[in-house]
Design a protein around this ligand. Structure first.
Ligand code: TXA
Ligand code: MG
Length: 323
């Protein structure tokens, strides 16, 4: 997709009062602004404005059928947008603010632009804990739609530089507050007639289930059913080989634990550290002058499940439907 016309000159501003004021002003004008959250950088715009939401899709070059997460200050604001049953409320109370997104039935008269939910009867809501996103939510007073701040199909950004790599010239402003602490997108669960995991993330499904206290759990047959979970969603530019114990010719090896590699997700085999380094390591691998990437095996438990989910997507062949 071609950049918006006329193209922007994208400014990076250090987080502070002036940056938040400028971001709130732009959002008031219907522009999208890149801001850090505790998971990854998001591209935030007024969720109640069809024009503003269209600009998010335009800047990302994102297919219109892929719905966006609405970010809110607290559960009280979330209540005006979605319907929370007892289980959904328990999950929100336990994990918000934080890295859990709840997909719940959309409330009638919510004011959310239809393009945000892509016509679905449900809405994805998240109350982030990061100071910068919270400051922006407070300054605007608006619910903010925010997908990850990368061009569609690319690797999620964990720093302002990553955002620049794919969105320079397409958005007016990036607020820089360094690298994001968790480095992986939020866990998404759907709570409507049971509970199901749509995307694994920093908070495990087991933890969420124990708080939801729902007897019956419905797991979609495919494992993942978020419309945006197209196989190749998290692709770096180069081919990727998984479960590699050593590098083959032409490969840049991303190690873990005892497998040292050219780079490492965590030299002492710490899974949380691996999660926070994953996207950065993929960005770095893309920048090397070797044609292929290989990644060491990552244990399939805890947050390792979310790391492997992103790695399998990164390794999947690109689909024509993804820009
Ligand atoms: O950590 C995160 O969640 C980051 C930060 C910026 O908050 N955001 C993020 O957004 O990862 P995005 O747009 O890259 O991913 C949102 C996912 C997509 O896979 C989308 O399909 C799914 O949420 N989603 C949104 N609304 C949905 C709905 N009503 N039903 C099912 N899935 C939904
Ligand atoms: Mg994304």
């Amino acid at each position: 997709m071609s950049p918006p016309n006329p193209p922007f000159s994208t400014e990076i501003r250090r987080y502070g009062t002036a940056a938040i004021e400028e971001a709130a002003r732009l959002i008031g004008e219907g522009q999208p602004v890149a801001v850090p959250t505790e998971t990854v950088y998001g591209l935030a715009a007024d969720a109640t404005s069809a024009t503003a939401v269209a600009r998010i899709y335009e800047a990302k070059g994102r297919p219109g059928f892929n719905p966006l997460i609405v970010h809110v200050r607290d559960l009280e604001q979330a209540d005006t947008i979605g319907t929370f049953d007892d289980a959904a409320r328990r999950v929100a109370e336990a994990f918000w603010p934080g890295a859990v997104t709840l997909v719940v039935p959309l409330r009638e008269g919510s004011g959310i632009a239809p393009a945000v939910t892509a016509g679905l009867p449900t809405v994805a809501l998240r109350c982030p804990s990061h100071e910068v996103m919270q400051a922006l939510l407070a300054a605007t007073g608006l619910p903010l739609a925010a997908p990850s701040a990368n061009a569609s199909g690319g690797v999620s950004p964990t720093s302002a530089d990553h955002v620049m790599k794919t969105l320079a010239g397409r958005i007016p402003l990036i607020i820089d507050a360094g690298t994001t602490p968790l480095g992986l997108e939020s866990t998404i669960v759907k709570v409507a007639e049971g509970i199901s995991l749509l995307r694994p993330g920093p908070v495990s499904f087991e933890e969420i289930l124990s708080v939801a206290r729902l007897g019956e759990t419905t797991m979609p047959a495919s494992g993942i059913e978020a419309p945006g979970q197209l196989e190749s969603h998290y692709a770096p530019a180069k081919p990727l080989r998984l479960n590699a114990r050593e590098a083959e010719a032409g490969e840049w090896l991303i190690g873990f634990g005892a497998i040292a590699g050219d780079d490492s997700l965590s030299t002492d085999g710490n899974l949380a550290e691996a999660a926070s380094h994953l996207f950065e390591a993929l960005h770095r691998a893309d920048a090397q002058n070797r044609p292929r990437i290989a990644v060491a095996p990552i244990p399939e438990h805890g947050i390792g499940l979310a790391v492997n989910d992103r790695l399998r997507r990164a390794a999947a062949p690109r689909q024509a439907t993804v820009a």
